[in-house]
Design a protein around this ligand. Structure first.
Ligand SMILES: [Fe+2]
Length: 146
């Protein structure tokens, strides 16, 4: 993820997140469709855990550095998403002793969690942050040009 890359430094990171997550959802959706989800769910959960561990704190650092006014509520949503991923991992660990690597139900819950995250967080909260950073950068550039 690059919060500072690209021309305006804001659209880039949302586009990157969307692209990565959309690709994963598509893979998992196909796995569910072809009833292969029990083999694919661990990869998806690992990907989401890594995303929560690396990308969300990175985003929080940028919010802090730019004095984002909605930092606390935004960070709280990251925390809830991270907890939700932890719950999915716990569910996966619970069915392991029975010889299952995944389940249809767990796959559906994971897909739902990711789709909610896309619609409610990335498309709304992250878009708002993106817009703030774009304006922030624009104002900073204007001040420097004077
Ligand atoms: Fe976010």
């Amino acid at each position: 993820m690059s919060l500072t890359g690209g021309l305006d430094g804001s659209i880039t990171f949302i586009d990157e997140q969307l692209e990565k997550i959309a690709m994963r959802i598509d893979n998992l959706r196909l796995a569910v469709k072809w009833k292969l989800c029990r083999y694919d769910i661990e990869n998806m959960i690992s990907f989401l855990e890594e995303y929560a561990k690396v990308q969300l704190p990175e985003e929080e650092t940028h919010m802090c550095n730019h004095g984002y006014p909605l930092y606390l509520s935004h960070k709280e949503k990251h925390k809830r998403f991270t907890a939700q991923m932890h719950e999915l991992r716990e569910e996966l660990l619970k069915i392991r002793p029975f010889g299952y690597k995944g389940s249809y139900e767990l796959s559906v819950r994971t897909i739902q969690a990711v789709i909610d995250w896309l619609n409610e967080h990335i498309m709304q909260d992250d878009s708002r942050l993106s817009e703030f950073m774009r304006k922030n950068r624009h104002n900073k550039n204007e001040r420097e040009d004077r």
